[in-house]
Design a protein around this ligand. Structure first.
Ligand code: NDP
Length: 727
């Protein structure tokens, strides 16, 4: 239809700018009212800032203000959000520029204490809001989001610099200091400190705290601290010359380039670069989700039996490529080939095969509701789900997440840990070769930022993480915004209890498996070994002899029993714990040092380490070290050991060695752990659900239980007669 006939004049289109669209006008009016509110708060405070007063300042009617914000609370919450968003944007911009973990901490400090925040107008408005946070629900929510974000940014950076448990308290301290310094300055009417002074104060505080971690008793550097001092019985590779660990692991800084556009995968046994990969950002993740959404519809429409065939073929292909993939995993993780060739690939294949077996039998149930109706349930996939992996069992973790997800008809985006990015790519190839449609399993690469893109993505329905407790909390908080299903496989500090009637040699084998497999980098490790007093001396003697004889060496050598730790920074953390154990008075029986002789000089090797004479409150007996460090503890009776074993925030695993099976079951029933062993340790057949309680996680992997976590139920009521309505 010609425009003239609509009464629209076709002239002057190009010379007269088009009037702003209605939405734009509304938005600009909202923004104007928020700015006026901030002015008002700065001048007359919270109580004085009434709707009428703000309307008159803005030259509009109170009704119009109410139209946009409902009431005063709505207007003030929107204004508070604006202030918080501005700081948030500044933080993000500075974080993007920061090249190191220390730089990221500074970014948070600098953005929060920037001159703009000390400006009289902004500062007074903030102050007015802080005073009301306790009384106004809307403000409380904004403040909470702002606080959680600040803490999360700080924690994430600090985790690169200090042990994880310290990162939490130090982040809280820095956040409190930022608030405190700002508040004092505001209350003194900006006399007590300006932006520059406040930032200098915080910078000095953070540097001071980080320096403390470089001191011998905190970080394990230097003489007497156990790193390269030659103390201890030593493993057969002897003692390395030792290098002093530094507080700021340059390794991480070097690994994460300024713009964080690439990942460099390094062989931790040699320091050699294995590969460089591009980091996936928002655009790539969005595109991958788009592909997954489309592919998932096709995959879910296939029968369970057809999906099973693909998974079974993938299991066969993994087994056929066992050696090649084991070697890849050994190079990427530093784990000995004698482990990866026997366990890592095989356990991934077992998992694919097991869930292939379940895929065809997934079903709901029929419910008889009397003669007039029946009901049934349908077990349906969730949609697109995300898996985020840790670095200790990269291929196994990818399979443990992918197999149940795919069996249920989901599509998965998987992000491996940035230090071990390679085997997930191989798994994607294997799945494709097995006939998995494109887009159903995709690997995204990147650092935690990429992980966050997954956990926050509105079209991803579930996230399954294997990682540290702190990461688990962050993931769960992020997933909450879109109410995602969450499975968390987190850390532990598990007890292994040896009663005096146990087979001593079996118990010693169990303790060695529970501590030194994968150089101690196993989440379920039984690092608190409680031994009953009567057999303690004999147990210790046999353990000491076998631990000291373990072979540390080149992971590619089939005779090597203990390979490299994942990174230099992680090795420094482990050596730091060894130093703390010695400083706290534990008796070093075996190991306790870096191994850097000969070909191992450029790798990150630590000798299997056993401490005796440990107390429950020592750091080495409380905190997850994730390295080859065993603590021996003595106990007298059953009630005592159960209480001590449970006295931890973790609850991943536990083990009991005894010939008295009644006692074994009684004790296991009382232990707070998700996965338990009687007369063995760290055996994880795919048939048994695996996971933790307390702070060690939520949900289960493996076994039929995993199906619950990758599917949802739909209930259907079917009427067989007329509808009985009372009206
Ligand atoms: P992390 O928690 O540091 O990292 C785990 C994964 O989460 C990595 O891919 C990491 O990316 C990513 N990530 C980190 N921060 C975030 C975030 N805020 N949002 C989304 N993703 C994020 O664990 P590690 O890799 O250091 O693994 C060791 C830990 O894993 C130990 O605590 C161990 O006990 C636990 N673990 C638990 C197991 C279990 O089944 N219970 C099994 C194996 C390990 P990036 O690496 O790029 O930072």
């Amino acid at each position: 239809m010609p425009e003239e006939s609509l009464g629209i004049r076709p002239l002057n289109r190009q010379s007269t700018p088009a009037p702003p669209a209605r939405d734009e006008l509304e938005e600009s009016r909202r923004r104007q009212l928020i700015e006026v509110t901030i002015d008002s708060l700065a001048e007359v405070g919270y109580v004085g800032s009434t709707l009428a007063q703000i309307a008159s300042r803005a030259g509009v009617s109170p009704g119009l203000v109410a139209h946009y914000f409902s009431d005063k609370d709505g207007l003030l919450a929107a204004s508070f959000r604006t202030l918080a968003r501005r700081v948030g944007q500044r933080v993000r911009a500075r974080l993007a520029q920061a090249a190191t973990a220390r730089g990221r901490i500074q970014a948070v400090i600098d953005a929060n204490l920037a001159p703009e925040e000390f400006d009289q107008r902004t500062g007074s408005a903030w102050l007015a809001f802080w005073g009301q946070v306790l009384h106004a629900e809307g403000l409380k929510r904004v403040q909470k989001v702002y606080q959680v974000r600040t803490l999360s940014n700080l924690r994430h950076a600090l985790k690169r610099l200090v042990p994880a448990h310290e990162a939490h308290s130090l982040a809280a301290m820095i956040a409190a200091m930022i608030d405190g310094v700002w508040l004092r300055a505001a209350l003194s009417n900006w006399q007590e400190a300006d932006s520059e002074g406040a930032r200098a104060l915080l910078t000095a505080f953070v540097d001071g705290r980080l320096r403390e971690y470089a001191l011998p008793d905190r970080a394990g550097a230097g003489t007497g601290a156990g790193a390269g001092t030659g103390g201890g019985a030593g493993a057969d590779n002897g003692n390395g010359t030792g290098t002093a660990p530094s507080a700021t692991p340059s390794f991480y800084a070097a690994r994460k380039p300024a713009a964080a556009t690439t990942i460099t995968s390094i062989n931790p046994a040699t320091g050699a670069t294995l590969a460089q990969l591009a980091v996936d950002g928002p655009a790539q993740v969005d595109a991958a989700v788009g592909r997954a959404l489309e592919a998932q519809r096709l995959w879910a429409a296939m029968t369970g039996a057809a999906r099973a065939r693909v998974l079974r073929r993938a299991a066969e292909l993994l087994r056929a490529r066992n050696r090649e993939l084991a070697e890849l995993e050994t190079r990427d993780t530093g784990k000995p080939i004698q482990e990866t060739i026997a366990v890592d690939v095989a356990s991934g294949a077992d998992c694919l095969e097991y869930f292939a077996g379940l895929a065809a039998s997934l079903a709901g149930e029929h419910l008889d509701l009397g003669p007039g109706a029946f009901g049934y349930t349908r077990r349906e996939p969730l949609g697109v789900v995300a898996g985020i992996g840790a670095w200790n069992y990269p291929l196994q973790i990818a399979c443990w997440k992918a197999a149940p997800a795919l069996a249920c008809g989901n599509a998965m985006l998987f992000k491996p840990a940035e230090v071990t990015p390679l085997s997930a790519i191989a798994l994607a190839e294997v799945l494709r070769e097995a006939g998995l449609p494109d887009g159903v399993f995709q690997v995204v690469q990147g650092y935690a930022d990429t992980g966050r893109l997954l956990t926050r993505h509105p079209q991803i329905r579930k996230v399954s993480l294997t990682g540290e407790v702190g990461t688990g909390k962050a993931v769960m908080a992020d997933a909450a915004a879109t109410l995602k299903h969450v499975t968390l496989e987190l850390g532990g500090k598990s007890p292994l209890i040896v009663f005096d009637d146990a087979s001593l040699d079996n118990a010693v084998s169990g303790a060695l498996l529970a501590n030194f497999y994968s150089a101690g980098e196993v989440c379920s490790n039984g690092t608190r070994v409680f031994v009953q007093r009567r057999i303690k001396a004999e147990f210790t003697q046999r353990l000491q002899a076998r631990a000291a004889a373990m072979r540390v060496g080149d992971p590619m050598d089939p005779n090597t029993q203990v390979g490299a730790l994942i990174s230099e920074a992680h090795m420094e953390k482990v050596l730091g714990y060894i130093a703390r154990g010695r400083a706290e008075g534990a008796q070093l029986l075996v190991g306790g040092h870096r191994v850097s002789t000969g070909d191992l000089a450029n790798g990150f090797f630590v000798a299997p380490t056993v401490f005796d004479g440990c107390q429950d409150d020592m750091a080495i007996a409380r905190e997850e070290i994730f390295g080859p460090v065993m603590t021996l503890l003595t106990f007298d009776d059953e009630d005592e050991v159960v209480a001590r074993a449970n006295a931890t925030e973790f609850g991943l695993a536990a083990g009991v060695f005894t010939h008295d099976l009644t006692r074994a079951h009684r004790v296991i029933a009382r232990l707070q752990a998700g996965t338990c062993w009687i007369n063995n340790y760290n055996v994880t057949p795919v048939e048994l659900p695996f996971g933790g309680v307390k702070m060690s996680g939520l949900g289960r992997e493996n076994g039929r239980a995993a199906i619950e976590h990758y599917s949802q139920l739909k209930s259907v009521y079917v009427a067989m007669g007329d509808v009985d309505a009372p009206y």
